[in-house]
Design a protein around this ligand. Structure first.
Ligand code: HEM
Length: 150
């Protein structure tokens, strides 16, 4: 097995172990009928997100290393488009998702009682919308990776 093949191997495993849990981060917190259950859902989501961070970092590192080993990749449309989309998805995290998840976390920490407040529904709807945008970006990247169309 060449070093390049080792990188492809790590890359594909990172895609499965990192992106798999990533696609269900929204689904996980959709379950919960009271505040105790909802807090538990967010705790599970927090743990799953660790896989996404490790997998995502490995995807970028191995992807860039493959590009360094085979610079002609930088002339491939699918490679450059994926790289740009991936960096955009990375930036959406702190720029778009964090400001929208902060008030939710504060509410989970401070809210008294078991009823889920109406304000949570409004805040989460907006957060989930942008999480779906992220998911669509990752689906496009995966499709580009598999089909390498241009
Ligand atoms: C959401 C992020 C990503 C996912 C899920 C992903 C997934 C995959 C998968 C499943 C393959 C195998 C496809 C095949 O060759 O049959 C692949 C190949 C590849 N990926 Fe990614 N990837 C991601 C991000 C990136 C990024 C950001 C780069 C570049 C910096 C990159 C560079 C590559 C390269 C060069 C190959 C081809 C390896 C080869 O066969 O020579 N990937 N990717």
């Amino acid at each position: 097995m060449s070093f390049y093949q080792v990188l492809v191997f790590i890359h594909v495993f990172s895609a499965i172990i990192g992106m798999g849990p990533g696609f269900i981060l929204t689904t996980v917190v959709k379950s919960g009928d009271n505040m105790t259950e909802l807090r538990h859902s967010y705790a599970i989501r927090h743990r799953l997100h660790i896989y996404v961070m490790i997998g995502g970092t490995l995807l970028l590192l191995t992807g860039l290393l493959m590009g360094l080993m085979n610079p002609s990749l930088f002339q491939m449309g699918w490679y450059v488009t994926s790289l740009v989309l991936f960096l955009a998805a990375l930036a959406i995290g702190p720029l778009v998702l964090t400001p929208r998840s902060k008030p939710i976390k504060a509410m989970l920490a401070s809210h008294k009682g078991e009823d889920i407040p109406q304000e949570y529904r409004r805040l989460s709807k907006e957060l989930f919308f942008y999480e779906n945008v992220e998911n669509i970006i990752f689906i496009i990247i995966i499709a580009l990776m598999i089909t390498k169309p241009f």
